[in-house]
Design a protein around this ligand. Sequence first.
Ligand SMILES: NC(=O)c1ccc[n+]([C@@H]2O[C@H](COP(=O)([O-])OP(=O)(O)OC[C@H]3O[C@@H](n4cnc5c(N)ncnc54)[C@H](O)[C@@H]3O)[C@@H](O)[C@H]2O)c1
Length: 440
Amino acid sequence: MRICVVGAGYVGLATAVMFGKLGHDVSVADIDDTRVRTVNSGKAPFYEPPLEKELARLVKAGALRATTEVVGSVAGARFVFICVQTPSMPSGRIDTRPVKRASKDIAKALARSEDFKVVVMKSTVVPGTTDSVVRPLLEKGSGKAAGTGFGLCMNPEFLQEGSALKDSMEPSRVVVGSMDKRSGDMLMRLYSPVRSEKVRTDLRTAEMIKYASNCFLATKISYANEIADMCVRFGIDSETVLKAAGMDPRIGPLFLKPGLGFGGSCLPKDVRALKDRAMADGYGSKLLSALLAINDRQPLEAIWLLEREIGSLQGKRVAVLGLAFKGGVDDIRETRAVPLVTELLAKGARVVAFDPMAMPSFIKVMPTIEYASSAQECLSGADGCIVQADWKQFGTLGRKEFSRMRSPVIVDGRRCLDPAKVERAGAKYLGIGYGRTETD
Ligand SMILES: NC(=O)c1ccc[n+]([C@@H]2O[C@H](COP(=O)([O-])OP(=O)(O)OC[C@H]3O[C@@H](n4cnc5c(N)ncnc54)[C@H](O)[C@@H]3O)[C@@H](O)[C@H]2O)c1
C-alpha cells in the first residue's frame, strides 16, 4: 500500500517508519527542505536513536523517501496522514494554519485522483476541527464530497518523545474516528497488524480522546506536585507517599513523580487548548486552570528550596543541569528551563547551563547565559545546582564533580538522583517534595 505522511516531525516520522516497517511504501512530504534532505540522508531531524536507525534502513532499502512536493506525494498514495504541528497561540487556542495549508495541498491532489483516498488527521486538534476546518477545505479544493469522493478519519497519536517508534509500533490503543464507515473500515484494515486494542468512533470523539488523555496526565503530574510541595513543608518525603498512593490500582504509579512541572510540545498546549475550546462554549474549566497554575509554580519551588539553603541568589553562580523538556530528548518546546532560568536571572543569579543534546537550540532562545561543555564544567565554582531534566548521566555525578562546587548544594528538580549517594559524595541534597523519613 502506498502511504503519504504530511509533516516530517516526531509524529510524522514515527508514523512513516511504523508503516514502512509493516511493509508499506511510504512517502513523507514536508515544506521544510532541510528536513527533507535530512530524512533522505537516513537521519532524523531530532534525537531519537531507535527511530533513526530504522529510518536509515528504510531509506536505504528505497521503502521510505521524503519530498517537498506535497501534492505529488499525496497523489500517489491511498492513505494520507496529516501530521503537521498545531502549536499554541498566545490565547491558548491552537494555530490551525499548518493544518489548513496541508489540507489545501491534499485537496489539490484529491481533485486530480481517480481512486478513493483516505485522509487521516493525526495532528492533535480540538473537537470539531476535522469536520469544520479540514473537511470543508478538502471538499472545496477537490470538488468532491467527503464520504463518497474521499474518506476522512481522525486517528490521534499517543507517542512519547524518547520512545517514539516503540510507542507507535506498540500503542496502548489505536483510536479510529471516522466520518463514514468505509474509510473507518479501511483504516482499521491498515492497522490490523498492530496488535493493540482498537476503539472505533466518530471524528470529534477521537479528537476529544486525545485531550482527555493528555489533560489527565497533566492533572496527575500537577497533583503529584501539589502533594510534594505540601510534603516538603510537613517534613515528609513525597516519594514514599506517592509511591504508596500509586499502589492503589485506581490511582496507578505512573506520572506521579514530583518535579519542575510538565513541558514539551503536547501537555501544556493541549491543556490550554481544551480550556480555550471549553470557554468558547461558555464552560470555564476550574481544574484545567488550576493545574496550569500549579505547573507555573514548580520552577519557583526549586528556587525557593535553593534560597532556603544558600540565601539570596544575588551574584551567586547557579548551575542548571538539563535544558530539554525532559532527559533523553533534544526538544526544548515548553521546557521548564526557560521559566527557571528567567526567574534565576531576575533574582540576580549568574546562570551556567549544560545539556547533553539540547544546548544548540536552547542557546538560540537564551543566548546571554553561560554554557558549559560538560556537567562537571557546569558545576565548577557553582554556589548551587538545579537539575532540570532527568538525563541518566546526571545520576553518575559524584564527589569528583561536587567537590568543584563552591558550595555543593543540589536541588533535584526531577527526583532523578539518589539522595543518599549525593550526600555520601559530600553534597547537600534537596529535591522537589523531598523530606527525610525516619528510616533515612
Ligand atoms: N511530539 C509529540 O510527542 C506528539 C505526540 C502526540 C501527538 N502530537 C501532535 O502531533 C502533531 C505533530 O507534532 P510533532 O511534534 O510531530 O510536530 P513537529 O513540529 O515536530 O513536526 C511538524 C512538521 O510538519 C511540517 N509541516 C508544517 N506544515 C506543513 C505543510 N503544510 N505541509 C507539509 N509539512 C508541513 C513542519 O515543517 C514539521 O517538519 C501536533 O498536533 C502534536 O500536538 C505530538
